[in-house]
Write a protein of this length. Structure first.
Length: 648
């Protein structure tokens, strides 16, 4: 229902209505919530769809979906018996002074289609409660059926009809954590038989069948990825004689065509999800890890940006994008390339000699590109946490990923290709990042003043933040302060019209380089191919619902990120339960609205809710004692027992 409402906000073509959506569309049309013009259905200007939030004292705010507009004030919540999280259609109240307001005309479902509930016993009686809110789950279930379950049994709930869909396991079992985080957004690893059969029907690449593709198999391409990677989206090659950089990307659009079974599943997933122990791919593994993956020593179809670099201006003086066939000579991991840069890895054969030769020269260019980029954009040093778990789904250790020269080299190659892709259309899928608003910046400056940092407001945000980062480095708080700066900014998202990318400092930017794991990139490939081929029919199809698609993909991105973060939180909670009453080193990372500390011991990254603090200050190093753990909510509660003097 939510995706239907998003599309009706922007305009839904009659031919794009799914069979199961037709009843709702006709119902909305009869009630005049929507209009029909030239076979396009769209919300009447008087109506908005959204999610109810901040319900209290009979009032609420409507978070309008599909548009980035102000929330609408609702004051008739009790009359229509609406609840927080309800998906509603509301009529705007025009002509009223003050905050923009509306009244609910219909509840059409729940914003979160699925939730998780579990069995608890209280005063000898079992009940089924929501995992996050601890309120009754709303499911009609008899006491005898409740008694047939064990305490802690976990269930997936359909919030539209409040029925139990499946039992996931028991809250005491660490293996249930993965099922919980996936089920709340209805994510699944398995593909339907139809999708699997279609993915398995493709043959290995036979170059003779693609005479129109540019044959780049003689160029010494290589891939550079994490050691654990199985899906290789991108390969690079640099030709010094012509100062030309080739960025070859897996040509997913050759196999995943619009309206097909694989495409429908890819739209639904929109992103691959990466958990510490495994991935849940956007595409079937027959494609994501095999036929589309740019594996070494085999022919692969690719979509290639060929970019001629002006080494004086460090700009792309000319570029073209085309369908090609490549034959990667070598699959490297980041550690190997870093070893080469450090003089600890030598070429084993002629192919590797060619690659190492151009990699050395390319590094000089990408280092210069990064230095130029950071004069306008930002270099944030917040570290990505990596977690490792055993076969029983318990933590073994954690570490923070560090950006190394090999990471930086690949990143700037990909940034170039993404920028060039964005230059080729005025309407499509852009990756935008708007500047922070002044209120958020003022809150940031106040927080920094609280840790003794003097913030000198410069002529530009860039100059001000650069000065803040300089002070943070001197204080040994680069990562922590950068995290605060990031939190003060707008969230990057996908949009049909370009608005620039504040963080990177780019006038236009999109995502082109990861179509195996991001649906946005696949759409960009289709759009660029339509433009190259002057295919107005394909181009119009790609753009037909582009506003709705951008909203949906942005939401799916947030879902994937939430799943990854919440899975780690559940693992930390189980570790903490095994360490009740033990004392660990931590750092205060938040004082408002609640006091939180982050674990900085042999294990790193766990977040504690601090209940007693000894008046601890932001970013102060402390020792904390774990007092209580809520496994269901994945929350750890601790007390500050000692301050730690930090060495200057």
């Amino acid at each position: 229902m939510k995706f239907l409402l998003i599309r009706l906000t922007h305009g839904l073509s009659e031919q794009d209505i799914a069979p199961d959506e037709l009843k709702s569309v006709n119902d909305f049309l009869a009630k005049e919530y929507i209009t029909k013009k030239e076979n396009v259905y769209k919300f009447n200007s008087k109506y908005r769809a959204g999610t109810l939030g901040l319900v209290q004292n009979g009032t609420a705010y409507l978070n309008v979906i599909g548009e980035y507009v102000r929330d609408l004030f609702i004051d008739d919540v009790e009359t229509i018996k609406a609840k927080e999280g309800d998906l509603v259609i509301a009529q705007r109240l025009l002509g009223k002074r003050g905050t923009p307001s509306a009244k609910i005309v219909e509840i059409v479902g729940r914003a979160q289609t699925y939730s998780i509930a579990y069995i608890v016993s209280k005063e000898g009686q079992k009940s089924l409660i929501d995992l996050k809110t601890e309120f009754p789950a709303g499911v009609e279930i008899s006491q005898s059926e409740l008694n047939s379950y064990e305490d802690g049994d976990v269930f997936k709930i359909n919030n539209q009809d409040f029925t139990i869909m499946e039992r996931l396991g028991n809250i005491k079992d660490p293996l249930v954590d993965e099922k919980i985080v996936l089920a709340q957004f209805n994510k699944h690893d398995e593909f339907t038989q139809e999708v699997l059969e279609l993915a398995s029907s493709f043959k290995e690449v036979d170059a003779s069948l693609y005479p129109s593709r540019v044959d780049l198999r003689k160029l010494p391409f290589c891939t550079i990825d994490p050691v654990t990677a199985k899906d290789f989206d991108d390969a690079i090659c640099y030709v010094e004689e012509t100062t030309t950089l080739y960025v070859a990307i897996a040509d997913v659009s050759e196999y995943v065509t619009p309206f097909g079974a694989i495409d429908n599943e890819a739209i639904y997933r929109s992103f691959s999800i990466y958990l510490p122990h495994r991935s849940i791919p956007m595409l079937p593994r027959q494609l994501s890890e095999t036929l589309c993956s740019l594996q070494p020593h085999v022919d692969r179809l690719s979509y290639v940006f060929e970019m001629k670099l002006d080494l004086n201006s460090l700009e792309v003086s000319d570029s073209k994008v085309y369908e090609a066939i490549i034959h990667s000579q070598r699959r490297f991991n980041y550690e190997e390339i870093d070893d080469f840069f450090n003089g600890n890895l030598a070429a084993k054969n002629g192919d590797e000699e060619k690659i190492f030769d151009y990699i050395s020269k390319l590094r000089v260019i990408t280092d210069a590109l990064k230095a130029k980029r950071l004069k306008i954009g930002y270099d944030f040093r917040s570290h990505e946490l990596e977690m490792f778990i055993d076969e029983n789904s318990n933590i073994t250790h954690t570490t923070y990923a560090q950006e190394t020269p090999s990471h930086a080299l690949i990143e700037d190659c990909m940034l170039l290709a993404n920028k060039e892709a964005a230059k080729r259309f005025s309407r499509g899928i852009f990756r935008i990042h708007e500047p922070p608003n002044q209120l958020k910046l003022q809150n940031l400056y106040q927080e920094l003043a609280g840790i003794g940092m003097f913030v000198d407001i410069k002529k530009s945000i860039k100059e001000t933040i650069t000065e803040i980062q300089k002070q943070a480095k001197e204080m040994g708080l680069s990562s922590e302060v950068d995290t605060l700066i990031i939190q003060s900014q707008m969230q990057a998202r996908y949009a049909p019209i370009n608005a620039g990318h504040f963080g990177l400092g780019f006038e236009e930017y999109t995502h082109f380089t990861s179509p195996i794991r991001r649906y946005s990139d696949l759409i960009v490939h289709r759009l660029l191919k339509a433009i190259n081929n002057n295919d107005t029919m394909e181009g119009s199809y790609v753009l037909r619902n582009i506003e709705s698609l951008c909203v949906s993909v942005s939401e799916k991105e947030r879902e994937a990120a939430t799943i990854e973060v919440e899975f780690m939180a559940r693992k930390f909670a189980r570790w903490a339960e095994e360490n009740l009453e033990n004392v660990f080193k931590a750092r205060i990372v938040s004082t408002e609205p609640v006091l939180k500390a982050e674990l900085h011991d042999e294990l790193q990254g766990a977040r504690f809710f601090i209940t007693r603090s000894l008046d601890a200050l932001l970013f102060e190093d402390v020792k904390v004692r774990i007092d209580k753990v809520d496994i269901a909510k994945a929350k750890i509660y601790a007390s500050v027992v000692e301050r730690i003097e930090r060495d200057n």
